[in-house]
Write a protein that binds this ligand. Structure first.
Ligand code: GLN
Length: 304
């Protein structure tokens, strides 16, 4: 398939469209990003790769990192993870507190902030140096060993992360956080600050298209069953209260972040990452969503 030609066509179509989105300035460091950047990268499980625009430029992956943290915790404690969180779509914004009180401190799923914070608590309990562990895991997945945390972004988010601190405190009051909250939040803010390019992101998600095995190294990360379940979770919970829209319009499992990145996976085929920093009202990349909708429409490659 002529993926690069398709990327170009869709980009031209979207260019004339006014981008009504806004960069995520609630994290002050992210407000400085040039909002007009745009990149795409598609990697297939057979080793082909197709790029467009700023595909090599690193950006803040934010909530996309929740997938890496979840996969690490899931591969470590297996189905015991469901004693600490649920696996249902939340239908609320990523940082909502409302449901958490009602559910007695048990997050609805691992991809909303509360769920990712519990995942971080599990990683703090499970590894002596969890920050180093998540980073080396991410590097292995993407086969790119210079990927790093942006400590300025992590610090900026810590200084303004009042809602995230409210979430962790509420969960601690219900006994669903076992470790010191500052240690847990330090890990959470760091994983959100990881910087990767579209190429690195699409490559790092390829194991989810390849039954749980990293194609270039042959390393098994998850069993086929847990891989299928992780994809199912991304499908139902990867876009917060826009997961239904994404399923309806794009038809692939995926995950977004407030840095403007989106990664989506077509099991047995490919992984694609798009980056466009302006976000819609739900905190997902405005043009990224539209791009992927057009992409699966033009290529007729969706899982439905
Ligand atoms: N670090 C961000 C936060 O906690 C992640 C949110 C996101 O990317 N949706 O608010």
């Amino acid at each position: 398939m002529q993926y690069e030609t398709i990327f170009h066509e869709i980009y031209q179509e979207l260019k004339s469209l006014e981008d009504t989105g806004h960069v995520a300035d609630y994290i002050p460091e992210l407000a400085h990003v040039n909002p007009d950047q745009f990149g795409v990268h598609l990697s297939t499980i057979n080793g082909e790769s197709y790029a467009f625009g700023d595909a090599e430029k690193r950006f803040s992956i934010q909530s996309i990192a929740k997938v890496f943290a979840f996969v690490l915790a899931y591969s470590k404690i297996k189905s015991d993870i469901w004693k600490r969180m649920d696996l249902e779509p939340a239908g609320t914004p990523f940082n909502s507190l409302v449901q958490l009180e009602h559910d007695k401190g048990v997050p609805r799923n691992p991809f909303i902030n509360a769920g990712a914070i519990v995942v971080c608590d599990i990683l703090v309990s499970g590894f002596p140096s969890p920050k180093e562990h998540v980073l080396s895991f991410t590097r292995r997945l993407s086969n790119s060993f210079t990927i790093d945390y942006n400590t300025k972004v992590a610090q900026s988010e810590r200084e303004t992360g009042f809602r995230n601190f409210a979430l962790v405190n509420l969960m601690k009051s219900f006994g669903n956080i076992r470790n010191d909250i500052n240690e847990v939040m330090d890990l959470y803010f760091h994983i959100c600050s990881i910087e990767m390019s579209c190429r690195e992101l699409s490559e790092s998600f390829l194991f989810l298209a390849n039954n749980g095995v990293i194609p270039y190294s042959g390393e098994r990360i998850l069993s086929p069953s847990r891989t299928k379940r992780t994809n199912a979770l991304m499908q139902t919970c990867g876009f917060y209260d826009e997961a239904g829209q994404f399923t309806f319009k794009v038809g692939l499992p995926g995950k977004s972040g407030v840095g403007g990145g989106i990664v989506a996976v077509h099991p047995e085929k490919y992984s694609i990452a798009v980056w466009s920093p302006r976000l819609n009202k739900k905190g997902n990349s405005y043009k990224g969503m539209l791009f992927l909708e057009e992409f699966t429409t033009k290529t007729k490659l969706s899982i439905f």
